[in-house]
Design a protein around this ligand. Structure first.
Ligand code: NAD
Ligand code: UFG
Length: 341
């Protein structure tokens, strides 16, 4: 079976392609707007079968039509391609609406013209819940007004997929609402590769320890949490990658068109301070940090209730937080060719 992976050279996409390649043939469509072509070689060095790459801008209808003409024999699509920087989306909302929504629309337009069944998985985010009313967050948590245009694109895309699935009997779909993916493949051949200054906590930590950044700023220690720093649900990217395989297999087994949502997290919340401590303990490296101001839009705490995915998809996270943090550091060291064990 052939699976189309949009955004497959990105962080989560590349890890998912490695897992997919164990059983499926994989075609990546990516325009490299937030990734590097060198990831393809790195990915193929650990893939179980060679993945094919198509340089396609999904905003471009003609390019998307070409992609589907060439690979009309796909049975699945995992749609990762999107812009994802929350802060940037506030400054450039039109860019985010255009990229994230038009890419999806162009793909679904092609799916509609196929006469075969498509199993479709969408990268959504726990950001769709906004400030949660209840913790842990279940899939029943009400969807509130999004904090950012980025979050709004995730809500809109989920709705578009849901409406399309109702009309198109060939379309079976799942939106996976990721919590905080971290870490890297155990080979350290691929990992998170932010272009420019990292926006997320873990790459900021690893780049600080590697000497690329002077110090980490903790965005606020006056939150309503035991140590005052924000709590998140950090999940190893390989566990997240495997959730896509389980979701895909679940859809294949479904006889009729369906549209479902699942939280993908570990179910455990960890504070920023606890992350720093665990990182130091499991790598033996000191993290230079200072306490700074709150970052706009951050909520006190989010962590998942993941029972629906555990029970329905027969998926469960396998890696510990320490393994995830260690793998992130191994990747940073390997990428920067550091030998300072
Ligand atoms: P990423 O930026 O590393 O990967 C996204 C990939 O999509 C990149 O390779 C980029 O070049 C490509 N892309 C973007 N727009 C494109 C377009 N118009 N045409 C073709 N390719 C395009 O991001 P990631 O961290 O791997 O995230 C993957 C998905 O998961 C995104 O949809 C993101 O919103 C979602 N998500 C990520 C996180 C997270 O913390 N990383 C959390 C929740 C949800
Ligand atoms: N943080 C710092 N310093 C930094 C970076 C982050 O203290 O330099 C803190 C943040 O304030 C937050 C925690 O570390 O409390 C985690 O921050 P990340 O940016 O790594 O992750 P977020 O939870 O803010 O964002 C993630 C995804 C987004 C998604 C969001 C949904 O990256 O795509 O979850 O809640 F929208």
């Amino acid at each position: 079976m052939k699976v189309l992976v949009t955004g497959g050279l990105g962080y989560i996409g590349s890890h998912t392609c490695v897992e997919l390649s164990k059983k499926y043939s994989v075609v990546i469509a990516d325009n490299l707007i937030n990734s590097k072509i060198e990831v393809l070689e790195r990915l193929n060095s650990i893939a179980h079968s060679r993945v094919i790459f198509e340089k396609i801008d999904l905003r471009n209808k003609k390019e998307v039509a070409f992609l589907f003409e060439k690979h009309g024999d796909i049975t699945g699509i995992i749609h990762f391609a999107a812009l994802k920087a929350v802060g940037e989306s506030v400054e450039k909302p039109l860019l985010y609406y255009e990229n994230n929504i038009n890419s999806l629309l162009n793909i679904l337009e092609q799916v509609q013209q196929l006469n075969s069944e498509i199993n479709f998985i969408f990268s959504s985010s726990c950001t769709v819940y906004g400030e949660p009313l209840n913790l842990p967050i279940t899939e029943e948590e009400p969807i509130k007004k999004a904090y950012s245009p980025y979050g709004e694109t995730k809500q809109i895309c989920e709705n578009i997929i849901s409406s399309s699935s109702k009309l198109n009997m060939n379309l079976k779909s799942i939106s996976l609402r990721y919590f905080n993916p971290i870490g890297a493949h155990e080979s350290a051949a691929i990992g998170e590769l932010p272009l420019g200054k990292p926006q997320n906590l873990i790459p900021y930590i690893t780049q600080t320890v590697a000497g690329l950044r002077e110090e980490l700023t903790i965005f606020g220690n006056d939150y309503n949490t035991p140590d005052g720093t924000c709590i998140r649900d950090y999940i190893h990217v390989t566990d997240l990658a495997n959730a896509h395989i389980k979701a895909f297999e679940y859809l294949i087994e479904k006889e009729f068109s369906t549209n479902e949502v699942f939280n993908i997290g570990t179910g455990k919340g960890t504070s920023v301070m606890e992350i720093i401590k665990s990182f130091q303990d499991c790598t033996g490296k000191k993290v230079n940090y200072k306490i700074g101001k709150r970052r706009e839009g951050d909520v006190d705490a989010t962590f998942a209730e993941n029972n629906k995915a555990l029970d329905t998809l027969s998926w469960s996270p396998k890696y510990s937080l320490e393994q995830a943090l260690k793998s992130a550091w191994n990747w940073e060291k390997n990428y920067r060719k550091l030998n300072n064990e």
